[in-house]
Design a protein around this ligand. Structure first.
Ligand SMILES: [Zn+2]
Length: 171
């Protein structure tokens, strides 16, 4: 168990296309544990393999509770996750990213998705997610293809952020 360093904007690993995971072995289980620890320490809602320097198709997801008086679910690990269906309407919400600290921008994403993935126990999963949870899956699965949320904001907003992003990349 270990908290890993979260890679920041400018690190080339964040732009790599991550590789599928063929077998759930000790190495993958250890990586999953590290990612859960890292996400908990960062108090985030999601984390993808490349963010801890691993070009593997693995994400961990820990959505906030649906309402203030409801309990938060345990975080979950998904291997080789993919979006198999997107359903509207498009919604615009503010997003941030543990790899791009301090920057929050509104991003348009579909309201609901159907996700296919494998569990850490090796089961094939297929399920629907909507709202905030759908957004987390879309954001984290984008990471596996080297896509960041700032790629999805308008050109005006991106122009305004250009200098801050350049500074971050040079750190
Ligand atoms: Zn992110």
């Amino acid at each position: 168990m270990a908290v890993r360093e979260i890679r920041k904007y400018g690190d080339p690993v964040l732009r790599a296309k991550a590789n599928p995971i063929a077998d759930v072995d000790e190495e993958i289980r250890a990586l999953a544990t590290d990612m859960l620890d890292t996400l908990a320490k960062a108090e985030g809602v999601g984390l993808a393999g490349p963010q801890v320097g691993e070009e593997r198709r693995i994400i961990v997801v820990h959505p906030p509770p649906p309402a203030d008086d409801e309990e938060r679910e345990e975080p979950r690990v998904y291997l080789n996750p993919e979006i198999v269906e997107k359903r509207g309407p498009q919604e615009t919400e503010e997003e941030g990213c543990l790899s791009i600290p301090g920057i929050y921008e509104t991003v348009r994403r579909p309201h609901a998705v159907r996700v296919r993935a494998r569990s850490l126990e090796g089961e094939d999963l297929e399920f629907d997610a909507e709202g905030m949870l759908a957004r987390i899956f879309l954001h984290e699965i984008d990471h596996l293809d080297g896509v960041l949320f700032i790629d999805k904001i308008g050109p005006m907003r991106r122009a305004l952020l250009k200098r801050r992003l350049k500074e971050m990349a040079e750190e």
